[in-house]
Design a binder for this molecule. Structure first.
Ligand code: APR
Length: 266
């Protein structure tokens, strides 16, 4: 692990030589947009008890309460904008022949920033799932006209299309993310405390398979001792600097890099 430092020349060189970059984000990447994280001082789990709001049991007991909390979070997110870290991640995508974005966030800000296909490991607060038919639909109106909302086709209760504590991740999303972590040659881990598995194991899978793993965080985390470099600072400052310097290094101002020439230099 390199000691905490800025965006060093060596780090830029290593990232720009990669041909398959994976980015894993957590709530910290949205913090500068004004979206609370979960475990920080102002985090959601400091104000609310996860087991009272983010579990199937809580939903079964009081669907109205759980949906009121999600309606509050949806309204909060709909009043925010993607920040420079989200935008820089969308820019970075153009600089690599193979690029994947895996997020634990459910706020939809990566989509709004222009990332093409974020893998939403924990689902999205902008989708809902019918508790009877298990069909998934977009649920974009904020605030919700009805709390709790019901399925437009069968009338059963809808639930947020997110992964609650104790629930398995969507199998396709997790398998795809594990494949990405196993094959990438560089991984950027941005704004996650890396304490919730299985997402938190992805950087270790990447490292185990020889990838150059860099984390960006305002504090050390559970994986800091295992990654190649920890950049301590705000994602909104560090990620745009990384993106600018890496895209310069690969000679792709608009991001369009020539995979053939790049592979040759890798
Ligand atoms: N820039 C960079 N990092 C930041 C910033 C910032 N501006 N603000 C906060 N952080 C860091 C914190 O230091 C912390 O390590 O972001 C991390 C946020 O950690 P958590 O609140 O634990 O969020 P996350 O890691 O995404 O949680 C994972 O837990 O409750 C579940 O489903 C929920 O997806 C979530 C999962």
């Amino acid at each position: 692990m390199e000691p905490a430092s800025g965006v060093t020349k060596r780090l830029v060189e290593r990232l720009s030589k990669a041909t398959d970059l994976a980015v894993l984000t957590g709530a910290g990447v949205s913090q500068e947009s004004g979206v609370p994280t979960f475990r920080g001082e102002e985090g959601l789990w400091k104000q609310y008890r996860a087991e009272e709001l983010a579990t199937w049991r809580a939903f079964e007991g009081d669907p109205g309460l759980v949906w009121s909390w999600y309606d509050y979070r949806r309204q909060l997110v709909s009043d925010t904008e993607p920040n420079p870290a989200h935008t820089a991640i969308a820019e970075l995508e153009k600089g690599y022949p193979h690029f994947s974005l895996i997020t634990q966030n459910t706020d939809g800000l990566h989509d709004r920033a222009g990332s093409s296909a974020p893998i939403e490991l924990h689902g999205s607060i902008w989708r809902a799932r019918c508790t009877a038919e298990q069909t998934v639909c977009d649920l974009l109106e904020s605030p919700l006209p009805d709390v709790p909302p019901h399925c437009p086709t069968c009338g059963a209760l809808l639930r947020p299309d997110v992964v609650w504590y104790g629930e398995p991740l969507p199998m396709d999303a997790y398998e795809h993310s594990h494949q990405i972590a196993s094959r990438c040659d560089a991984m950027l881990v941005i704004g996650t405390s890396a304490v919730v598995h299985p997402a938190a194991s992805l950087p270790l899978v990447a490292k185990h398979n020889g990838a150059f793993v860099v984390e960006v965080n305002t504090a050390y985390t559970a994986i800091s001792a295992l990654v190649d470099a920890t950049l301590l600072g705000m994602a909104g400052d560090l990620v745009p600097e990384i993106a600018r310097r890496v895209l310069e290094a690969v000679g792709s101002p608009g991001g369009a890099t020539n995979p053939v020439s790049r592979t040759a230099s890798a």
